[in-house]
Ligand binder design. Structure first.
Ligand code: AMP
Length: 328
């Protein structure tokens, strides 16, 4: 049976980008595949969080995963740092990862530009840790958003390289998985780019109705089109893109027509969008609050996940050690 794997860094709450980029696909796949879903707490160390923040965020993300419909009876849900074998595979992959190729990764170059005072080796080797996360379970499919395509290419490269160096057909080449025909980029509401935690433009699944309404009403737009059927500037296109994701086809068609006939009132559109986002988020938010209160259940899910993920990872490491030439 093919294996699916997905993960999220616990650096805040889940936002609509995480949900529609990765979690939604995973929820759909968990019935038919062997699935691993993990909380990437090692990855989060690149930004040096405080211990109490890590503890809290891991618990929060776990509750949010469960509230989104990831079912611990079907999928293995685990915390990355509970599976020590991932660190061993990361070490092996790093030995065959070259400085030049790591420095060329776009997200690394972006981090260098944005945070010049904290360019640590963890940031540089982020693609090898991500490859270790995937290859440790020999995953075939990885639900990810568009922003992860280059890291996925690196994971494939590292898998191929390992197979070539040791002349084995051991690691499968993992492919990105998306529900539609191409990777999804959920836009932010600040006029450009993607929705993200560090971008400060995210709508979180835990946001209450007023917060969501305020965020949407503040979204960047313009004075409106002056010619029929004109092209949408990026900020407006983003608003429509978000609507395509959360609203019905009829709603999208209605506002597109209004735009094309220059009759659009962004206030009305935002009100509708906020309503549709709320209709989507409210039931999930209620579940998040319910599950977060049940610490015993969360501990139980994490413990069981750690055990199952460790079994799978230990087998890979046993085989990898033998391939490399170490004692079993
Ligand atoms: P991160 O929050 O950066 O740890 O990302 C976790 C997962 O969410 C990855 O699979 C990302 O590709 C996905 N993701 C994050 N932001 C977006 C976005 N704006 N659009 C689509 N997918 C996203």
């Amino acid at each position: 049976m093919e294996t699916v794997l997905s993960g999220i860094r616990p650096t805040g709450n889940l936002h609509l980008g995480n949900y529609f980029g990765a979690v939604q696909s995973f929820v759909k796949l968990q019935d038919a595949y062997q699935c691993f879903f993990f909380i990437a707490d090692w990855h989060s160390l690149t930004t040096h969080p405080r211990p109490e923040n890590i503890r809290q965020s891991v618990k929060t993300i776990l509750a949010e995963y469960l509230a989104c419909g990831i079912d611990p009876e079907k999928a293995t849900i685990y915390v990355q740092s509970d599976v020590i074998q991932v660190a061993e595979l990361y070490l092996y992959l790093n030995m065959n990862a070259y400085l030049g190729e790591l420095e060329r990764v776009t997200s690394f170059k972006e981090k260098v530009r944005k945070q010049p005072d904290n360019i640590n080796a963890g940031l540089l080797t982020y693609p090898s840790l991500m490859a270790a996360d995937i290859l440790i379970h020999k995953a075939n499919k990885v639900p990810v958003g568009k922003d992860q395509e280059q890291n996925m290419e690196m994971a494939r490269k590292f898998a191929r390289r390992f197979n070539t160096i040791y002349n084995v057909a051991y690691f499968p080449e993992p492919e990105s998985f998306h529900l539609s025909d191409k990777a999804l980029k959920v836009p932010g509401l600040d006029g450009s780019g993607k929705m993200g935690k560090s971008e400060g433009n995210a709508i979180y699944l835990i946001d209450d109705e007023q917060t969501i309404q305020k965020k949407v009403m503040k979204a960047v737009t313009d004075a409106g089109p002056t010619h029929p059927n004109s092209e949408k500037p990026e900020a407006v296109a983003n608003l429509f893109a978000l609507m395509e994701i959360v609203s019905s086809q009829d709603t999208c068609r209605y506002f597109n027509e209004k735009y094309n006939t220059c009759e659009i009132r962004y206030g009305d559109m935002k009100k509708q969008l906020a309503e549709d986002i709320n209709a989507f988020c409210t039931p999930i938010r209620k579940k998040i609050l319910e599950i977060t209160a049940d610490t015993t259940y969360l501990d139980q899910v994490a413990r069981r996940g750690a055990q199952k993920a460790t079994e799978s990872a230990a087998q890979t490491i046993r085989e990898v050690r033998e391939i490399i030439g170490f004692r079993p």
